[in-house]
Design a protein around this ligand. Structure first.
Ligand SMILES: Nc1ncnc2c1ncn2[C@@H]1O[C@H](COP(=O)(O)OP(=O)(O)O)[C@@H](O)[C@H]1O
Ligand SMILES: [Mg+2]
Length: 176
């Protein structure tokens, strides 16, 4: 759900390119994901607001719980949240979690999350890279459009097949 939320932030920021990288390293006991976009970015004062939960609580401005909740969950799992953002350039959000920490949120239905986001926004160049213990799977809007030779990627009849494909590829690298 966190990943879905951060992807939605990038979409709302008007990004035309979004990249999601997930890295699972059980030897290093690390789960890391980062989402980068070329959207509108955040001004320094906004950036400060979203990363500081205390500042967020005090203000009456309507700020969502997305990033601060992610930060809480990451820190609770002995991890961290880092946000780099520049107005007019884009944003990079990186979350780290101790892999086997009892409070680490589960990865959940990552195949569905990624595919829903990708197919719902065919105009956005989306790239997803998932690496688990050195083996990886990559999916991108460009590669998918190429492979489909003209069939729209948001064609509803296609969705179950695509989902199956992503799930099988993730299974091959031992994800879930
Ligand atoms: N990728 C992004 N690009 C630009 N602004 C962002 C991005 N992500 C978050 N923001 C800014 O930070 C605010 C807080 O985000 P978030 O914590 O997810 O709550 P919400 O999305 O509910 O507003 C957003 O409203 C937006 O102003
Ligand atoms: Mg949000």
């Amino acid at each position: 759900m966190h990943i879905m939320d951060i992807l939605q932030n990038s979409i709302r920021a008007g990004a035309t390119e979004i990249s999601l990288e997930i890295r699972e390293d059980t030897l290093l006991n690390l789960l890391r994901f980062n989402i980068s976009d070329n959207g509108c970015g955040m001004a320094p004062d906004v950036l400060k607001t979203v990363t500081d939960p205390f500042f967020t609580t005090r203000t009456t401005r309507k700020v969502g719980l997305g990033l601060s909740l992610l930060r809480q969950n990451a820190e609770r799992s002995n991890g961290s949240l880092k946000i780099d953002s520049e107005t007019g350039k884009g944003t990079v959000v990186e979350a780290r979690f101790e892999y086997n920490h009892i409070d680490r949120p589960v990865l959940g239905d990552i195949a569905g999350t990624v595919l829903l986001t990708l197919t719902a926004h065919p105009e956005i160049q989306f790239r997803y890279l998932h690496n688990r213990n050195g083996r990886s799977f990559e999916l991108s809007t460009i590669a998918l459009k190429d492979a489909l030779c003209g069939i729209p990627i948001n064609e509803p009849a296609l969705y179950p097949t695509l989902l199956q494909m992503v799930k099988e590829n993730l299974k091959d690298i031992d994800v879930n």
